[in-house]
Design a protein around this ligand. Structure first.
Ligand SMILES: O=C(O)CCC(=O)C(=O)O
Length: 256
């Protein structure tokens, strides 16, 4: 296994809960962008066992906001997310061999909604520790809803509100840092790193791929994760004023 990030980078991640990296060449970024366009064009109907598309209502009409479970249906994306440099970086950050736990594309197309302050860990079943990254397909900046994180707050799960997001008093007491990410850069964060993002107020799309990894020692849990998520969604039924894309209510998009 190669060691694409330095010991200083690993130490930065362990201390702060985030790390910005640039592991891809221009050509690779162009290829990733094409592959996201492929997935974006797939049929919207969700059939059991296939990819999961989610839509939201925006002032520009209904828009795709997320696709999950796409690696079984796209060889290129499966290769990049499961093997190679991303898996190697995830392994370095976890301190042991990593395996893909889940994957999603958040499109945040022009007019798309943001995400309330949350930690991912309460939405991720079976194991406590994961690392995720945001692979920016378009430049992510404040005006189109880049991530904001809180440093050095990934030691524990914080008190939550009734949606599973971070309780407002805690949100107000923390220092939020905006993290612009250029297209092709990759922002890593721990599943307990507090994060949030605004709506896309610009006229251009802000797409990003988010693979999540866990330690292989704790199991290859990807299929179990999607089965569990589907079972919990069925049990709950469709409810609430926002589109349900997660096992917590972080997404602020309006249903179509
Ligand atoms: O893509 C974003 O703006 C935020 C994503 C996020 O926090 C999530 O999907 O949990």
């Amino acid at each position: 296994m190669s060691q694409p990030v330095s010991d200083v980078d690993v130490e930065h991640f362990r201390r702060t809960g985030w790390l910005l990296t640039s592991p891809f060449t221009e050509t690779e970024v162009e290829q990733l962008r094409g592959w996201v366009v492929d997935v974006q064009s797939w049929a919207i109907e969700n059939e059991s066992g296939r990819w999961l598309h989610y839509q939201e209502r925006t002032s520009h009409g209904p828009k795709l906001c997320r696709t999950e479970n796409f690696t079984p249906f796209h060889d290129g994306l499966r290769r990049v997310l499961r093997e190679g440099i991303l898996n190697d970086i995830a392994s370095q950050l976890l301190g042991e061999q990593a395996v893909l736990y889940k994957e999603k594309i958040n499109y945040k197309l022009a007019g798309g909604a943001g995400y309330a302050p949350h930690q991912d860990a309460p939405a991720y079943r079976f194991v406590d520790t994961h690392v995720s990254c945001m692979i920016a397909i378009d430049d992510a900046v404040a005006s189109n809803g880049c991530l904001e994180v809180v440093e050095a707050m990934h030691a524990e799960v914080l008190p939550m509100d009734d949606k599973g997001c971070i309780a407002q008093t805690i949100v107000d007491s923390m220092t939020w840092m905006s993290v612009p990410v250029r297209a092709g850069q990759v922002l890593w964060f721990h599943s307990r790193t507090p994060h949030r993002s605004g709506a896309n107020m610009s006229s251009a799309d802000r797409r990003a791929i988010y693979p999540t990894y866990n330690a292989l020692r704790e199991g290859d849990l990807r299929e179990a994760y999607y089965a569990q998520k589907s079972a919990e969604f069925c049990e709950r039924g469709a409810s609430g004023e926002n589109v349900q894309v997660s096992l917590i209510g972080d997404f602020q998009g309006i249903p179509v």
